[in-house]
Design a protein around this ligand. Structure first.
Ligand SMILES: [Zn+2]
Ligand SMILES: [Zn+2]
Length: 238
């Protein structure tokens, strides 16, 4: 047995080349060689670790893109492109993917999306749309931005409110009106974290302040506000 006799040699399932000693690019169900990663990157910036060998092959071969481009998302009805993503029994657009990542705290590395069915995603989407519609109906007609509140909690002396934007956008230093039951409170936004699939704790120390645009989800942080806001409350900006 030679010096490297215990080293296993792996071959790329796509092109058959040897995969280097570092093991190649991991996929959901295997690994591919550096050349195939380059071919893939020329077509897509998607996270390869979440895709299967077959999906990576489809993207390299363009069949996925050809199949998907121009088709409508079965959940929200928007036209899809190659950023669309397969779930258990369908392919959904990247906006719907993000909605589900946020709803279930599925991180970039997580592959729980593979287990979601179209029925699950449609149910979540319809519920979210319904809540945004209710917030729009309740807000004054001259409000330029309206958000539906999911929940709130305290972070030290700050109040953190999880918001889904129904209309317009919210930014740092905006003055907004918060409605809890029938009580209105005017407050200034201290900071905003756009939700991308991690829990609030995952973002808290990263000191970014984002803008929340229409159909975004995120945490809006206030000082001198009580964290009493619950599902069905809303906020708006004039
Ligand atoms: Zn290869
Ligand atoms: Zn969609």
């Amino acid at each position: 047995m030679g010096l490297f006799g215990n080293m296993t040699v792996n071959f790329c399932p796509l092109c058959g080349d040897k995969i280097g000693a570092l093991g190649g690019q991991p996929l959901a169900d295997g690994a591919v060689c550096a050349m195939c990663v380059q071919k893939f990157r020329a077509k897509s910036q998607a996270d390869m670790s979440q895709l299967t060998i077959e999906q990576v092959n489809d993207i390299i071969e363009d069949t996925f893109e050809n199949e998907i481009t121009g088709k409508l998302c079965p959940v929200c009805g928007k036209p899809m492109d190659s950023s669309a993503r397969p779930i258990a029994d369908a392919i959904i657009c990247s906006d719907c993917e993000r909605m589900e990542r946020i709803a279930y705290f599925i991180t970039e590395e997580g592959d729980e999306l593979d287990d979601l069915t179209l029925a699950n995603v449609c149910e979540d989407y319809n519920l979210s749309e319904q809540r945004k519609k209710e917030a729009l109906e309740k807000a004054p007609s001259d409000a330029i931005s309206v958000g539906h509140i999911d929940e709130s909690f305290a972070d030290g002396k700050k109040a953190v409110i999880l918001v889904a934007v129904a209309k317009g956008e919210f930014s740092e230093k905006d003055e907004v009106v918060l409605i809890h039951e029938d009580t209105a409170v005017t407050a200034t936004i201290k900071m905003i974290h756009l939700a991308r699939g991690e829990s609030y704790e995952g973002y808290r120390d990263k000191f970014v302040s984002d803008t929340l645009a229409e159909s975004d989800y995120g945490w809006i942080v206030f000082k001198d506000v009580s964290p009493e806001y619950t599902l069905g409350d809303y906020l708006y900006k004039r």
